[in-house]
Design a protein around this ligand. Structure first.
Ligand SMILES: [Zn+2]
Length: 519
């Protein structure tokens, strides 16, 4: 290996040539990276996930090494290490100290930090092959580490490092001199730019904003049988759910005797247990502790915002419905916020900062949490205006009195208060506009699933004397949902790749507001 490197350098005389290399990357190397996410749930199956997505052992139990022998992918990544970046080549073909390594990916140069690369090593001594857990800390890497040798072969970048890790707590075999690391072309490509990095690390980055007209056209229904038994159909449904934040399941079995919500929820992940129970029932009862249990009109809101970690996904199964009225309706709160972001940036900014207090103080419980109405994504998860907003907090029935503003000033002295109120009013106007609401009267056997942090839900008042109305609900955390989406996308990559839903819309929308970085 060293001699290959040396001869390459000699022959090109240190000028603008490259080490050898156009190569095809086995699709397996991609799977090798993603096998991290898959292996844990698989190796230690959680008995609680009765109906969770069944992981096929053959998909991920074979050793990592075997993966590199799988036939090559049509999506080949060409890697090159340009020689000219090294001013001096040391005797014996060793490379001189550097802070970064430049790699040509499909002919384009990208620069990788040496510590980033060393940290990302997934060899069997750096990442436990059984648990897929990393065996060292980033701070164990000497900051002056550099590639002592580097080359490309078998479609992978191979680096021999100048330094070993520093900590003594790490396994003995990590202490050996001259550790070798291997990187797939796809990993490097996915790590090279913000866009590639976001795309490869999120389950699906698309969010399609909707109003009544769009939802009436795009509303998505899946049959219960497909949802429970057909993984490809489930993948499609969850992708739609991640784009729009709202889907419906039909022909769910009778929930009067056997609660169907646990089965529906656990197809995605664990039920989130709250003080309402694993699941809960909404029906008209007198002297209710919660407005949801009465027959009054229940306005647009989100659930449990007084929790530190409110649920991401909500299921509502219609078990019985023979009353007059009681239509459900939904609104895309993220779209409303985006409209304000696009038209009144300073008002929008106040909505991202001014704290709103939410509480539940009743029935021997006192929950409380403060959060701004609009929460933005981390910059590392955001490269497009439509990704800027992460979620919305809106639950008027559970608001507590205001206290201080985001600078610590009492509301009476706050210079942000009036602007904040203006923003709240603009948001509410958007929510209440019937052109932004999708209305549907749930029938027995229907189950609606929605993003509790994005889509507002509400119910029209109904005549409690006119019949029976009973819904059963449950929650699943967004982490479980995103995990299920990633696993399904890994397992059915072709399904997702062909799905261009929303791309056109995103592109058009971005242009409207002067954003050009989308591609
Ligand atoms: Zn390693």
């Amino acid at each position: 290996m060293a001699s290959t490197l040396r001869s390459a350098i000699r022959c090109t005389n240190g000028s603008r040539a490259s080490f050898t290399t156009s190569t095809r990357v086995a699709s397996a190397s991609r799977r090798c990276l993603s096998s991290r996410a898959l292996s844990q749930p698989c190796r230690t199956p959680n008995p609680n996930l009765r109906n969770a997505i069944k992981l096929q052992p053959s998909n991920f139990n074979f050793p990592t090494r075997q993966l590199s022998t799988v036939a090559s992918d049509p999506k080949a990544v060409a890697l090159e290490i340009p020689v000219f970046q090294f001013k001096d080549i040391l005797p014996h073909g060793e490379l001189p100290p550097t802070k970064t390594l430049k790699v040509n990916i499909d002919g384009q140069p990208f620069v990788f930090d040496n510590v980033f690369l060393r940290d990302a090593c997934t060899c069997n001594t750096c990442v436990d092959p059984s648990t897929q857990q990393k065996l060292f800390t980033t701070s164990d890497i000497p900051i002056d580490i550099y590639p002592r040798r580097a080359r490309v072969s078998d479609g992978r970048l191979k680096i021999e490092w100048s330094h070993r890790l520093t900590k003594s707590a790490i396994p003995e075999n990590l202490k050996s001199d001259y550790h070798w690391s291997f990187y797939s072309g796809e990993f490097l490509k996915n790590s090279a730019t913000p866009i590639a990095s976001v795309k490869s690390n999120m389950s699906d980055f698309r969010r399609i904003y909707w109003d009544k007209k769009i939802m009436e056209k795009e509303v998505f229904w899946i049959e219960y049988e497909d949802y429970m038994k057909n993984e490809v159909a489930l993948a499609k449904a969850l992708r739609h759910l991640s784009f729009y934040g709202l889907i419906f399941i039909r022909n769910v079995p009778d929930g009067r005797e056997v609660d169907q919500v646990p089965g529906l929820a656990e197809r995605i992940g664990n039920l989130k247990r709250t003080f309402y129970g694993d699941t809960w029932t909404v029906k008209s009862i007198p002297k209710s502790k919660n407005i949801a249990y009465t027959s009054l009109d229940l306005g647009l809101h989100m659930d449990l915002l007084y929790f530190e970690s409110p649920p991401g996904l909500q299921f509502l199964h219609c078990v019985e419905n023979t009353v007059t009225g009681g239509e459900s309706y939904f609104a895309d709160a993220m779209r409303a916020a985006f409209m304000i972001q696009a038209t009144s940036p300073t008002v929008f900014d106040t909505l991202t900062r001014f704290p709103v207090n939410f509480h539940y103080h009743n029935d021997a419980k006192h929950y409380r949490f403060s959060r701004p109405i609009v929460v933005m994504k981390n910059p590392s998860e955001n490269y497009h205006p439509q990704l800027g907003i992460d979620h919305i907090n809106w639950a008027p029935p559970f608001q507590a009195p205001f206290t201080m503003d985001n600078t610590g000033a009492m509301v009476s002295k706050s210079t942000h208060w009036r602007k904040f109120l203006k923003g709240m009013g603009q948001l509410n106007d958007q929510f209440e506009n019937p052109a932004n609401q999708y209305e549907y009267l749930l029938k027995e056997g229907d189950c609606v699933v929605f993003f509790n942090r994005r889509v507002l839900h509400a119910r029209r008042g109904f005549d409690a004397q006119s019949g029976k109305r009973r819904l059963t609900g449950g929650y699943v955390d967004i982490d479980a949902f995103e995990s299920a989406c990633r696993v399904l996308a890994e397992r059915h990559p072709d399904e997702g790749r062909q799905d261009t839903t929303g791309f056109e819309y995103l592109t058009e929308h971005a242009k409207d507001f002067g954003y050009t970085q989308w591609s």
